[in-house]
Design a protein around this ligand. Structure first.
Ligand SMILES: C[C@@]1(CC(=O)O)C2=NC(=C\c3[nH]c(c(CCC(=O)O)c3CC(=O)O)Cc3[nH]c(c(CC(=O)O)c3CCC(=O)O)/C=C3\N/C(=C\2)[C@@H](CCC(=O)O)[C@]3(C)CC(=O)O)/[C@H]1CCC(=O)O
Ligand SMILES: NC(=O)c1ccc[n+]([C@@H]2O[C@H](COP(=O)([O-])OP(=O)(O)OC[C@H]3O[C@@H](n4cnc5c(N)ncnc54)[C@H](O)[C@@H]3O)[C@@H](O)[C@H]2O)c1
Length: 210
């Protein structure tokens, strides 16, 4: 069975990462500000992981994995270099728990994507296991096609959309405006501010601008 992409809210979730190497580090960096807690279980951890251990939301159990480590865990990430341990963790993880198996993606129910982020915009890349290296290359290609200040334009779109949604404009006019924002993009910050000002006027006095 294949997998489909989702956006997921991990705010209240407790995550366990089994292993403390390069892959564990990559997962920790991605998830550390997104969840309630992360517990790394491994006799060794990278220097980068060690920097983030605060015993408040990020913990380190400096020992091999034990079955009781996953009681009350919402999301288990398997990232050890020991095949037997990886298989064992798969076997003891309840089926309803989110599971990422870094050594064999098919064994888990969650996979990670390489993601280009520009503020609220996220473009995920996944090759279905064909080539993580291709995913990395495409990431750099896509990165290069979005300037770093593209997030300002996306923020602008967000603000305009909220104004339009709450406005008393007719639905057709709302749709036309939302489409225009994308068909004729405004990247200049001053022009964006002016557009928002004019839009607010239009919303307050819908008839006077017709
Ligand atoms: C994009 C990136 C994001 C990330 O991981 O964060 C990513 N892998 C990266 C790198 C990478 N991965 C591997 C190599 C060695 C070369 C090679 O083997 O090709 C390198 C190169 C390197 O490290 O530079 C090997 C590998 N990867 C997976 C397996 C297991 C399997 O395929 O089943 C094995 C074999 C393990 C083994 O046998 O030893 C699985 C996954 N890797 C994925 C993503 C997901 C599928 C994405 C897709 O299909 O497009 C999935 C399912 C992730 C998951 O959910 O765990 C990240 C970019 C790194 C960066 O940007 O720094
Ligand atoms: N998904 C991916 O993107 C990807 C990329 C490369 C490798 N991998 C796979 O991910 C796994 C980890 O790769 P890595 O490069 O991070 O390895 P690594 O060698 O850097 O780290 C392995 C870690 O596992 C720990 N470990 C070993 N036995 C353990 C146990 N019993 N309990 C807890 N921790 C234990 C080690 O102490 C070490 O910290 C490997 O199986 C590799 O095949 C996945």
């Amino acid at each position: 069975m294949g997998k489909i992409p989702f956006m997921i809210d991990l705010t209240n979730k407790n995550i366990v990462i089994v292993g403390g190497g390069k892959v564990a580090e990559r997962r920790l960096l991605l998830l550390k500000d997104q969840c309630a807690s992360i517990t790394v279980i491994s006799e060794t951890i990278t220097e980068e992981i060690e920097n983030y251990i605060d015993n408040t939301s990020i913990y380190w159990y400096k020992r091999p994995f034990r079955d009781e480590d996953i009681i009350d865990t919402d999301f288990v990430i398997i990232a050890t270099n020991d095949k037997k341990v990886n298989e064992h963790v798969i076997n003891v993880t309840p089926k309803h728990v989110l599971l990422n198996a870094a050594h064999n993606a098919n064994e888990g129910n969650i996979e990670f994507m390489k993601t280009v982020k520009r503020g609220l915009l996220q473009v995920g890349i996944h090759t279905g296991g064909a080539s993580p290296t291709l995913a990395k290359k495409l990431y750099h290609d896509i990165e290069a096609s979005f300037p770093s200040d593209y997030s300002d334009y996306v923020d602008f779109l967000y603000e305009v959309r909220q104004l339009i949604k709450l406005s008393p404009l007719e639905n057709m006019e709302k749709h036309a405006l939302l489409k225009e924002m994308v068909d004729c993009p405004i990247y200049d910050k001053e022009e964006q501010a002016l557009f928002i000002l004019q839009l607010k006027k239009k919303i307050e006095h819908p008839r006077s601008t017709k």
